[in-house]
Write a protein that binds this ligand. Sequence first.
Ligand code: ZN
Ligand code: ZN
Ligand code: FE
Length: 764
Amino acid sequence: MTEIDSPARMRIEVRGSVQGVGFRPFAYRLADELRLSGWIVNDNRGVAIEVEGERARVEEFALRLAREKPAIATIAAMTTAWCPPTGIPGFEIRKSQETGAKTVPILPDLATCPACLCEVLDPADRRHRYPFANCTHCGPRFSIVRALPYDRPNTTMARFAMCPACRREYEDPRDRRFHAQPIACAVCGPSLSYLDASGKETARRDEALAEAVARLTRGEVIAVKGIGGFHLMVDARSGEAVAKLRTRKPRREKPLAVMAADLRQARELCVLNAQEEAALASPEAPILLARRGDRCAVHPTVAPSNPYLGVMLAYTPLHHLLLRGCGFPLVATSGNLAEEPICTSEDEAVRRLAGIADGYLIHDRPIARHVDDSIVWFLDGDVRVLRRARGFAPRPVSCGHELPSILAVGAHLKNAVALSAGRDVFVSQHIGDMEAVESTLAFERVIDDFLRLYEARPVAIAHDLHPDYFTTRWARGQGLPLIGVQHHHAHLASCLADNDVAGPALGVTWDGTGLGLDGSVWGGEFLKGEASSSERVAHLRTFRLPGGDAAVREPRRSAVSLLWELFGDGAFEREDLEPVRSLSSADRRVLAVMLDRGVSAPVTSSAGRLFDGVASLTGLTQVSAFEGQAAMALEFVADESVRDAYPLPVTRGATDDAPLVVDWRPLVLAVLDDVARKTPAPSISARFHQALAEAIAAVAREIGLEHVALSGGCFQNRLLTARTVAALRSAGHHVLLHRRVPPGDGGIALGQIAAAAARLKTEL
Ligand code: ZN
Ligand code: ZN
Ligand code: FE
């Protein structure tokens, strides 16, 4: 016998997202095709395989296993080793082992795959028009898991007993639905109901769907139960329907997301490049912020004065049927009030959405946990995450090194929490602003859930330094060692971890608000350092925030404060300026007292508030409906062909080792000159953005580090980010931008973990 003919046996271990994605049936079919014997088994770290047969075929198996794996499977590591042949014929899928640490990732909820969609649209298929079709390549996962291991009895599908036809598919290793835990059909699975405004059921199954389509077509507001919660939906083309939704919710001006039936419809709404199209059609199916097209049918009030539109594709068979039934794009905004978490149960929806929805399209598959839609954008050559939820959570963000088990409770706004285990950081789905009771309850639920699912025993809790944040107070009540992490240091550490860079780096951390080490409100910071520690090497010149949080809602307060720093009480006589004119004389007196005496007027170096002030001086926004609105107005109005900049000098601090100060006074004076000269807002905005970008580059030059990390909510401004990146690169810097977690406060928890882990390490 030559070596070619003698049987060989190989052991292959695969780590990564390889469970619940059809990996075993795929391996089974491949072994079958190559006439190999052996077995495959799921273990707690991935899958283990042994294959035996002709050596060349065994080698081919290993190659093709990695190359042809199911699209949604991700292989983190694969090892192969030859072992002695056994001569046992046949290939089997062995029963899972349940030993060892639970490091198998739970999969996120995945959009309907092309094969399932074909079946749903095929009149001859047994799942024709079935709204809950799924397979091992697609369907709900994270939103239905109640416990690990991921098996049907541990999901919210436990209450549905499989019919014989589904059972056959579930047990057939050659079938696409082999061990698809949420497998279902019209005979045995979940079904639809339609409830009227009072919560009374008026139609079922296909008639329920038809009722929802008819009402949406008439311009009504329908609450639709999806994967991770309820959406409120209306005809996106109808100004009247959108106005109805906005007055009821209430959500006056904040942009709303739109769901399109497919890529073809999305292309009619937005201008898309190949990477954006791929992101839309990916299993994650996020909301993509894309430039609105010239002939976009979506009514302008869906995203007022905004050149971008948040668009996503239908991602469940229910959405596909709904969108096809309607024939027009639908507004799909989360079914909640303001910044509260999304509703997940029928009872909750009927209670909380009463007076908002005209009817409810619901189903009887329970949602185990809320998962919002994710948001991404295309920036600097890559698709990047702005809100991390459905499709991404709870996939871990892997760090290159072992971490102790730490729970990070995140920030106050746009909260998300994180938990480290091994080399992985599990970043939770978006939770929301910790202002409402509903949000704080969701926060506690998510933490509970994480600790239970991963059987984690954190050794410490990382939290923000702000003593009054709900998250900080909660952390204090847990009886575990606490590690406080300054807000902007967490932004820097998050950006480094997101990019797998150790540092040191210059962290440009610009946002609205974060408690600084000196007790003032920081937000225009330059921090030099790494995860373990950093030093504040520069910041924006400070000013006061008259009324504190009220200044966030009223950009004119920031404007008046900037004027007051320049002109003292003379600021209030500037009747030529919009912010001053818009204030009553009583308001002006109150503000003057606050500024003169420094009462209820905290000192800040916030870049977000500087944006507010300039937007207000330019006459764009005096009172905003949501945080960031003024900055968005300023960004969107910019004339990108204007390349010159206002003066924004970087000056030495009081002492040699004091931080540098980026002095906005010459900039604001130049803005005032332009306003007086009636220079159009688009030019003022462009010069302002360019000035900030050049000042950042100037500080980076002073500090002299190669790596510059951009983090904080201000870097959700496309123009600021693009111009800053250009200025830094032309000076030879390596720029780090967020990729896997948001630059805003949704990314804070990752930074808290990185910082706390580094600190624990240095203390040992
Ligand atoms: Zn499928
Ligand atoms: Zn069935
Ligand atoms: Fe922040």
